[in-house]
Design a protein around this ligand. Sequence first.
Ligand code: ADP
Ligand code: MG
Length: 276
Amino acid sequence: MITMQYATEIVDERGHGVTARLAVRDVSKYFGGVHALKGVSLEVDAGEVLGLVGDNGAGKSTLLKILAGASQPSEGVIQLDGEVVEFASPRAAKEAGISTVYQDLALTSQGDVVSNFFLGREIISDSWLGRKFGWLNTKAMAQHTRKELERLGTRIPNVRLATRELSGGQRQALAIARAAAWTSKVLLLDEPTSALGVRQQAEVLDLIKRVRDEGIAVIFISHQMQDVMSVCDRAVVLRLGSVVKTLQKDELTSENLVGYITGAKFEAEFAPEGGK
Ligand SMILES: Nc1ncnc2c1ncn2[C@@H]1O[C@H](COP(=O)(O)OP(=O)(O)O)[C@@H](O)[C@H]1O
Ligand SMILES: [Mg+2]
């Protein structure tokens, strides 16, 4: 069994270090004069959901974009299974096994569930004509989509529905299921439930738990403390670009979350300067 003994170091039951699936080491990011991330370090293991919380402007999305290959760190490194990785583009991150779902849905309003599920990864029909003309094997694609959505318990009644006919929750579930199905290692979620109703949120949270149970490392950004408490195994609190606290599962209360996010609570080393 693997236990989380220290905030940023994953150890096994004998206290031996275990290589984290994804590690952020001393990452800083500057936008001109804005110091958006200040030496951030964190780790997330396979089969774990790490919450990333903090007030607006804390640096959550900046960190996620760096992990997703959409932006590069000014300083520091990212490690995947212990290897230092540098992603020049979102495609490079995807190829390394990191998928991302942003709040603004990544689905096109064109086409049906199947074509959105396969966006850019269509199976070419395995016939000489298909190979010659690049015809798509729509039957195999529909079967595969149905199988993957069922495996993740996504409630989408018919894969031939146009995505614009899906509810917001179904669309977000599809975006997450698609990201999870194509990723092998890490799923990054930036406020995936914020645009959803209560029941749809619950469905998306269930889906995140199933993705975690498949052994994928998940980083989950949310403003909704109930969601963080329900789905996260640990949570890292960012404030003004710094990690101010890592909350373990049994410390994930709304009092702690809100306290560390607002700065009402702080670790000794992050005490406000001059005792203000
Ligand atoms: N592309 C950018 N150019 C300039 N400043 C940026 C850019 N992206 C983010 N920032 C700044 O970095 C800080 C962190 O932003 P962000 O990561 O979006 O915070 P969060 O997601 O926690 O609300 C903010 O001060 C924001 O204005
Ligand atoms: Mg953000």
